[in-house]
Design a protein around this ligand. Sequence first.
Ligand code: ADP
Length: 174
Amino acid sequence: MLIKAVYPGSFDPVTNGHLDIIERASRAFDLIVVAVVRNPAKDAMFSIEERMQLLRQVTAHLPNVSVGHFEGLLMDYMHLLSAKIVIKGLRAISDFESEFQMALMNRTLDSSIETMFMMTNSRYSYLSSSLVKEVARLGGSIDELVPVDVAEAVEARLLRAKGETLFLAADHQG
Ligand code: ADP
């Protein structure tokens, strides 16, 4: 039987820390589905489609990795895919509390599904998508933090946002 694992997250955008987990998981399991969660509460830089496209590009070298998306309960998505393993990355103690809660809640919802935690690569233990966006917005280089396609996409998005702001300001002045 092939073991299928789902790696859920916002991936707004995918970072080298995520990619490290995906690459290691792809060696440990037969099939990995990286699942972008639609979370209307979070203020996103990229749409679900754009995040999925970036994930497809940066995992193109991994034949057993595919990309999906879901909204609502992860357990419902797991049933839809007939997957039994959830993969989570752990960066620091600060991740532990909420991940522990979530894993136990998911186990209450379906005890046949197992959450497995993978320790971050120490090189990326400080890395999060929100920090990447913040550094880029402040003009810092994110080249060491994300794959090259992602760095280009973030740059293009910030240029567009800047253009829109200038346009609005000009429009406002009449
Ligand atoms: P964030 O927006 O904080 O980067 P995501 O929701 O996109 O987080 O993260 C998806 C999953 O990847 C979570 O399990 C998270 O703990 C894990 N993760 C995020 N960044 C890293 C990293 N640098 N190293 C290991 N795991 C990570």
